[in-house]
Design a protein around this ligand. Structure first.
Ligand code: GCU
Length: 591
């Protein structure tokens, strides 16, 4: 299947480029709702019976197999097919798709009325894992990567009245993919985030990037379709500026300003209004600085301790699935708030834009990550291009979010030269595009001697902080062993524990030496917190994790039942005893 995608990708339109800012003032129509779907495990929609590739043609989507006006044999008929909610993963919506990995075809109709002088884009928040999009029998293009946005211009493809939108989605895992075939979360497939029809003027403000270094604001505004005069206003700061977008369509602004600073205690946001003769967008932006000063983290030049927790993009509830709305995100953020957090590690892939924007409004600092997870194909150029594309799409979407302070390249990856060069290139690319934020990755410890773990990884030379995962008391020994552990970690950079913790089934009580009891987990947290607090330069903690989450690697019947049980709350949001240990600790942290 994977080879198919690259062949198709090569054959079809180029992959999306740059960024497309979604901000207030954009005319967006959500295409969410009930979409018809056809499950296609044999990829009949792609292959002829001799496994030769269907020739992609202008009429590829409509005529071949699904609608044939040549014969009466109709075996693939969307109108007779059941429906799935979009946005939404298919696994949690339909029992027979619970474990499903493969192809699913989605169809919906899009009513349309043309307005002179406007252009239209189809914007997908995220589709897991790869997809091909067709409108009115025209293939718009393809996308790979399950957690970042992409879009296609459809101005010339749309027709008055009803338009047929068909999306082929495939979540088959692959060795050379990102993530690769082995990971500890549910491979939720489908059109997992909203689909928008966005209407813009012929010359429109496609994207803007804002930087603040503590006294000077730099803004780049990219127009699409032309050049001309651009205005930038920050009304609350009585700032009104004008600049001209040149042939490249980019206008540059640079000016001094002293806005109130964004921080967890005071998540202050300002309206930033960008206008042209024909277009106008307003975004809510925070102004803050984030730096490292030796072993200290400085937010707005003040020392910062990250009271964090890691979480997956998965709803709270008996039958969780990918978050589909701001409400889903709010439930998770309120649980993190109750834990006393000021920081979230959004693991191990970009979460939704709703999550990021709401977290920013609620005052959470954010760590965002691309799914270079465990051992990906470090030597494959295609894998690198895929990883870099996901990175650029993540940065493009969230580069104006003050809440985001750390870009993470990877999680628990092997210390090989190929990996170092792969991640080194991603880090260089990140610094080129965004020199204002910290760059890191979740590293691992080595334990040449069980009681003297060592964190030594050449990647530390390239990152701004030292962040690593450790599981003393769970994968390594018993909670009591923590008392005898001494760490050797390079000095000179802030240290953030990006994961620690253990599993427990909510309500499962017993001795504190019995795995999966609440008592065991409580003790594990107490012991880990006192062990970690002794580490010089410790600037943050991120327990793994906020909520029990689905994983096909966790089958233990009666205890796990397809859930990783390392949450401080269970899948229904019920607090485990360890939750209170962590909350008390965070309320005691003084910096
Ligand atoms: C790893 C990994 C997580 C995983 C966790 C666990 O460190 O980064 O994705 O879920 O450990 O084993 O529970």
């Amino acid at each position: 299947m994977i080879a198919l995608f690259s062949l198709l990708a090569a054959l079809l339109l180029s992959l999306p480029s740059a960024a497309f800012t979604l901000a207030d003032g954009r005319e967006c129509q959500s295409l969410g709702g009930q979409w018809h779907y056809i499950v296609d495990p044999m990829d009949t929609g792609i292959y002829k019976y001799h496994m030769t590739l269907q020739k992609p043609s202008k009429r590829y989507f409509a005529d071949r197999h699904f609608y044939s006006d040549k014969t009466t044999l109709i075996e693939y008929d969307f109108d007779k097919a059941p429906t799935l909610s979009v946005p939404g993963d298919w696994n949690s919506q339909c029992d027979r798709l619970y474990f499903y990995e493969g192809s699913v075809w989605y169809k919906t109709t899009v009513p349309f009325q043309r307005i002179p002088g406007r252009r239209w884009f189809l914007y997908f928040g995220a589709v897991n894992y790869q997809c091909m999009v067709g409108l009115n029998n025209t293939i718009l293009g393809t996308h790979k990567g399950g957690f970042t946005p992409f879009w296609f211009e459809v101005t010339d493809v749309l027709k008055e009245g009803e338009n047929s939108l068909i999306v082929w989605v495939n979540n088959t895992r692959g060795v050379s993919e990102v993530p690769t075939i082995n990971y500890d979360w549910w491979n939720y497939g489908g059109i997992t985030r909203d689909v928008l029809l966005v209407s813009v003027p012929e010359v429109f403000i496609r994207d803007y990037r804002l930087r603040f270094d503590g006294s000077v604001v730099d803004v780049e505004v990219a127009l699409d379709g032309g050049s001309g005069s651009v205005s930038l206003e920050i009304p609350e700061l009585k700032i009104i500026k004008k600049a001209c977008a040149g042939k490249d369509g980019v206008a540059h602004f640079r000016f001094k300003a002293s806005p109130g600073r964004w921080s967890p205690e005071n998540p202050r946001l300002y309206d930033v209004v960008i206008g042209t003769a024909s277009d106008r967008i307003t975004d809510r932006v925070g102004f803050r600085t984030i730096k490292v000063d030796g072993e200290r983290l400085l937010l707005n030049d003040k020392p910062l301790f990250l009271k964090g927790v890691a979480l997956h993009d998965e709803t709270i509830g008996l039958n969780p699935g990918r978050c589909r709305s701001e409400e889903d995100a709010r439930a998770l953020l309120e649980a993190a708030r109750d834990l006393g957090c000021n920081f979230l590690r959004l693991a191990h892939y970009p979460h939704s834009e709703e999550m990021v924007r709401l977290a920013e409004r609620m005052g959470f600092l954010l760590w965002e990550e691309i799914p270079c997870y465990w051992n990906i194909d470090w030597t494959s150029e295609e894998t690198y291009a895929n990883a870099e594309n996901q990175l650029m799409e993540m940065l493009g979407r969230d580069i104006n979010r003050a809440a985001v302070i750390i870009w993470s390249m990877a999680n628990e990856t092997p210390c090989t030269p190929e990996r170092l060069s792969f991640l080194g290139k991603l880090i260089a690319k990140t610094r080129e595009v965004d020199p204002t934020r910290l760059v890191s990755a979740a590293l691992q410890k080595e334990k040449p001697d069980f009681y003297h773990p060592v964190v030594e990884d050449e990647l530390i030379g390239l990152t701004d902080i030292i962040s690593f995962n450790q599981y003393y008391g769970w994968y390594d020994g018993k909670p009591a062993d923590c008392d005898k552990i001494t760490w050797s970690i390079p000095s000179g950079k802030p240290i953030v524990i990006s994961e620690f913790g253990g599993g427990a089934l909510y309500g499962n009580h017993g001795s504190d030496t019995e795995l999966f009891t609440e008592e065991y987990l409580e003790l594990l947290y107490r012991k880990n917190l006192s062990m970690l607090a002794k580490i010089p330069g410790l600037s943050g903690l991120c327990p793994w994790c906020l909520k029990d989450f689905r994983s096909p690697k966790r089958p233990l019947t009666g205890i796990q039942d397809d859930f990783n049980r390392k949450g401080l709350i269970d899948e229904q949001g019920r607090r485990k005893q360890a939750f209170y240990v962590m909350r008390d600790y965070y309320s005691s942290v003084r910096f």
